[in-house]
Design a protein around this ligand. Structure first.
Ligand SMILES: Nc1nc2c(ncn2[C@@H]2O[C@H](COP(=O)(O)OP(=O)(O)OP(=O)(O)O)[C@@H](O)[C@H]2O)c(=O)[nH]1
Ligand SMILES: [Mg+2]
Length: 304
């Protein structure tokens, strides 16, 4: 079953976002650098296309993503019309300091107190929108936390007479078409915990890590991965970390081991990992097209 999460406050957030976008000059779309396409909300793309607003795509949390893959994503996004893409970590002041200047280039006519530059920060839950807002304002004006839907309503801050910023609640969309996108989003903590089962998401993650980053599994947990499958990885984590069910004669607590694996990925303790590449995404789109299924969640790029 695919993972879906569209709680009520997101319906009103979408309506409000549409209204605010009419007054904003540039969309600052915060993406998770580890899953830049899966974390691109097609609803944001639609709103932006309707209002014809340029977009600064920030591949945030780049400190936790695979640098070579991030570079490939930047090249991919930069081909899209009206888009500038940069990789940043909101926790690095020098990265954040570049953002107003980059946004200004997308709306050069908004440059003084009569026409201040108005930036609207948008994105899916838990990607770092409010962290970015706080870093731009240089004080804590918005609550942040490593869980989805911390921000429930919009906030406007006039940083100066020339710069206004809107922070918005994280939004997903009503139907995540591809199960793998739901799994990537859940692994990265963009989805409410009631919408998925840890073990299912950890099985997806361990399968991906086995295929693409086996050395990171070995480095973190100290077991050799050849010959293991996704479930065996979770069992191996359970053994290494002593996860046992109480009073069950040494039976492994796989739920606990799944939670450890997810926490280690989310915190970056496992290392720098990217869950998708433009190439993998392109191959999947071709497979879907061969079956007659359009990749509805892919933004239009020149080569698509
Ligand atoms: N490693 C790393 N963590 C980050 C970065 N930016 C934000 N975070 C963390 O990501 C988590 C979510 O940050 P928030 O700013 O609350 O995210 P948000 O997008 O506002 O989330 P919602 O309000 O729930 O939509 C927090 O634990 C932040 O500390 C980054 O660049 N690198
Ligand atoms: Mg927030």
């Amino acid at each position: 079953m695919s993972i879906q999460w569209f709680p009520g406050h997101m319906t009103s957030a979408r309506k409000k976002a549409g209204e605010t976008l009419a007054m904003a000059d540039v969309v600052v779309e915060v993406l998770d650098a580890r899953l830049p396409q899966a974390s691109s909300n097609p609803m944001i793309h639609e709103l932006r296309a309707f209002r014809q607003r340029p977009c600064l795509k920030l591949l945030n949390k780049a400190d936790m993503a695979d640098p070579a893959v991030t570079k490939a994503w930047l090249d991919y996004f930069e081909q899209q019309p009206g888009v500038k893409a940069v990789a940043i970590s909101c926790k690095k002041a020098s990265d954040v300091a570049r953002i107003p200047g980059l946004a200004q280039k997308l709306a050069p006519h908004r440059c003084d107190a009569v026409k201040p530059l108005r930036l609207m920060i948008m994105g899916i839950p838990n990607v770092g929108k409010s962290t970015l807002m706080n870093a731009l304002v240089k004080k804590k004006v918005a609550a942040v936390g490593d869980q989805p839907a911390v921000t429930k309503s919009q906030q406007r801050i006039d940083i100066s007479s020339r710069l206004t910023i809107y922070d918005t609640p994280g939004m997903l969309w009503p139907k995540i078409a591809h199960p793998i996108d739901g799994l990537m989003l859940a692994a990265s903590h963009a989805v409410g915990v009631n919408a998925y089962i840890d073990e299912e998401v950890a099985t997806f993650l361990s399968g991906f890590l086995l295929e693409h980053y086996p050395a990171l599994l070995t480095a973190r947990y100290g077991f050799a991965s050849p010959g293991l499958d996704a479930v065996a990885v979770i069992e191996a984590v359970a053994k290494k970390r002593g996860c046992l069910l109480k009073g069950r004669g040494g039976q492994l607590d796989l739920e606990k081991a799944a939670a450890i694996l997810l926490t280690d990925y989310r915190s970056g303790a496992l290392g720098r990992i990217s869950l998708e590449t433009p190439q993998l995404r392109g191959e999947r789109a071709k497979q879907l097209a061969a079956k007659g299924v359009p990749d509805v969640e892919a933004e239009s790029a020149p080569d698509r």
